[in-house]
Design a protein around this ligand. Structure first.
Ligand code: F6R
Length: 607
């Protein structure tokens, strides 16, 4: 994940910027750079590879400015070359960027037609050009950034440095974190408080859509509409920095809100965004030889596998068998020699999953590990690694690891489809174009938080809750019920909506909320019929679906969580956000510990 640092200091600050970037090395990167102003003019040094290469360049040709920005780049669009390294510059400004700008191709064409010449293959460069384009209309730097931000879509954080402006940095947060550091006559910006620790322990975290004009005298924070807002300045004690909650009350809330960023990074691991092709994946067995595939996991990881089953069957036309690991390890299932098993685990240490992995390996299956902790036992034992880049997940209930597992499974399903000839290059590009929109859509969906909190007040009074979904929304119904159970201790069940009339419809009454997860997909109309069946029996419906779809449904719905319009293929990645927020807020309203629910452990290393 990219790291960002900005400093308004005194004396030469390039060395301090590099020191701060070193604290962001844990995020992973493959090139780095710094820009400062010298006598008002922009000067940059950038290098491929590790920070020591950048330090060597700075030693050979020092930067003397007292204001500057720095960046560690984790390549998404374009190779990790010096040209593609940040800061990117255009006439009069430089910018560092973390995240993905979805509409960069369209903006590039628009600006190229106006005569702008692009020097890199990155999406980031466009963030410099849109602001230059606004400056050319006679706007001030702050007006130009505000106008430029409105032209960018996706999930990202940005910091701008302007030529001739020795006392000005402008930062913005839209889906990726950015913190403001307060010093003594100096000010800072950084991806997190850890980066700012060498300078200050007084930090304010920007909220979604915020942008900030920073001068040595202080910070002027605005919301997306341009209205000035206050963000609390907190002290970040050095020892707690790696596991800090920022503006959030709980790690779980923080991790829910990290999803646009970490899903983006997980996708960037698999997708060559510039070419809209999958990067090659080293399958441990030729997918063309497979007659079926197996998936194993526990809990939330199992539900990610269940969504993966739908995708693999749809895109690769390959039958999938899926097991919860505690069943797989003892039921003596026949294992196909030289077949393929995908093992999914956040921790990579779950005892049942690890035992299942050993069982299938001992019986001749090749294995792929969809794992979040790269040094874990499962990551080390599997034949091929399909990492999720969620970063450390501290909340016991899995959130960002789940959506990153979904992102990885979507890429694996498309890769299997291509390898088996079930989808062609054009379909691959179309699917990936839809998939890479999910981080931005997640950022949109997270804006439903106040609405989710309102619904949570109703759920908190219930004794039982039913979750319904069809297709890939069915595993999400199971995940929604699990999240609610484990966090609030309210009994909840997830059901395929079509099964309603085969039993659970008997439970419907005025007391039980029925949460229907209904993206606008091929089975949407069928789900609407199920909602009508619930409404006809006085059931209390909560719909998670698109606004227009809800209007068309013409059913008495008590609450609608109105999701952004989107293609249906990868809806589970985005629809995970409201079900997580519902469970989280219900637990908080009921006074339960959202980070450490009773009786649960983060890593279940015993049977
Ligand atoms: C639920 C949850 C658990 C885990 C399960 C597997 O919120 O977190 O159900 O998903 O214990 O853990 P990992 O993925 O570490 O194997």
């Amino acid at each position: 994940m990219c790291g960002i640092v900005g400093v308004l200091g005194s004396g030469s600050i390039a060395g301090s910027i590099v020191d701060a970037l070193k604290r962001l090395e844990y995020r992973g990167y493959d090139s780095a750079g710094v820009a400062t102003l010298e006598n008002g003019k922009l000067e940059r040094r950038r290098a491929e590879g590790k920070l020591k290469n950048l330090e060597a360049k700075l030693a050979a040709a020092p930067l003397l400015g007292s204001i500057g920005i720095g960046h560690t780049r984790w390549a998404t669009h374009g190779k990790p070359t010096e040209t593609n390294a940040h800061p990117h510059a255009s006439r009069g400004l430089a910018v560092v960027h973390n995240g993905i700008i979805e509409n960069f191709k369209a903006l590039r064409e628009e600006l190229a037609a106006k005569g702008y010449a692009f020097a890199t293959q990155t999406d980031s460069e466009i963030a410099a050009f849109v602001v230059e384009d606004e400056l050319a209309k006679g706007k001030s730097p702050a007006e130009a950034v505000h106008a430029g931000l409105k032209r960018l879509r996706g999930a990202f954080a940005l910091v701008y440095l302007f030529e001739g402006e020795n006392n000005l940095l402008i930062g913005a947060r839209q889906g990726a974190p950015l913190a403001v550091g307060y010093g003594d006559g100096e000010m800072y910006l950084g991806s997190d408080a850890l980066a700012l620790a060498p300078f200050t322990d007084r930090v304010a975290y920007l909220e979604e859509g915020d942008w900030v004009v920073v001068r040595r005298e202080g910070a002027d924070i605005r919301d997306a509409s341009g209205k000035p807002v206050q963000r609390r300045i907190q002290r970040s004690p050095a020892g707690s920095l790696l596991a800090e909650k920022g503006n959030y009350r709980h790690f779980m809330a923080k991790e829910i809100h990290e999803q646009p960023e970490v899903v983006g990074h997980t996708l960037a691991h698999y997708v060559d965004m510039a070419a809209m092709r999958l990067k090659p994946f080293a399958w441990p067995v030729d997918p063309k030889t497979l007659g079926r595939i197996s998936i194993v996991g526990c809990g939330t990881a199992y539900f990610a596998g269940l969504v993966g089953k739908y995708w693999i069957e749809r895109f690769a036309r390959l039958p999938v068998e899926i097991d919860v690991a505690s069943e797989c390890r003892y039921r003596e299932a026949p294992v196909e020699r030289n077949g393929l098993t995908i093992v999914i685990s956040q921790s990579g240490e779950t005892a049942d999953t690890l035992a299942s992995l050993r069982y299938v390996k001992d019986n001749g299956s090749k294995t792929v590990g969809v794992v979040n902790v790269p040094t874990s036992s499962i990551a080390r034992l599997t034949d091929a690694a399909a990492p999720t880049l969620a970063g450390p997940e501290i909340g016991v209930a899995s959130t960002k690891a789940f959506t990153c597992q979904l992102a990885a499974m979507a890429c694996l399903a498309i890769s299997l489809g291509r390898a088996r000839g079930a989808i062609d290059e054009a379909r691959e590009a179309a699917l990936l174009a839809e998939l890479v929109l999910t981080p931005g859509l997640l950022a949109e969906a997270l804006k439903l938080e106040p609405a989710a909190e309102t619904v949570a007040h109703a759920i908190a009074r219930a004794r039982d809750v039913l979750y319904l979904g069809r297709g890939t929304a069915y595993p999400l119904a199971l995940e929604g019920a699990l999240k609610l159970k484990e966090l609030s201790y309210i009994h909840a069940e997830g059901y395929p909506a079509g099964e309603l009339k085969h039993g659970p419809i008997a439970l419907i009454d005025e007391a039980m909320p029925v949460i229907v997860i209904a993206p606008r997909d091929a089975v949407f109309e069928k789900t609407v019929s199920n909602m009508q069946e619930v409404a006809a029996r006085g059931g209390r419906l909560v719909l998670i679906g698109e606004k227009h779809a809800a209007e068309e449904a013409a059913v008495a719905i008590e609450h609608v969580l109105a999701m952004p319009d989107m293609g249906a293929n990868f809806a589970p990645i985005v629809y995970a956000a409201p079900i997580q927020m519902l469970a989280y807020h219900t637990a908080v309203i009921m006074g339960k510990d959202a980070d450490q629910p009773r009786n649960l452990a983060k890593s279940v290393t015993v049977e």
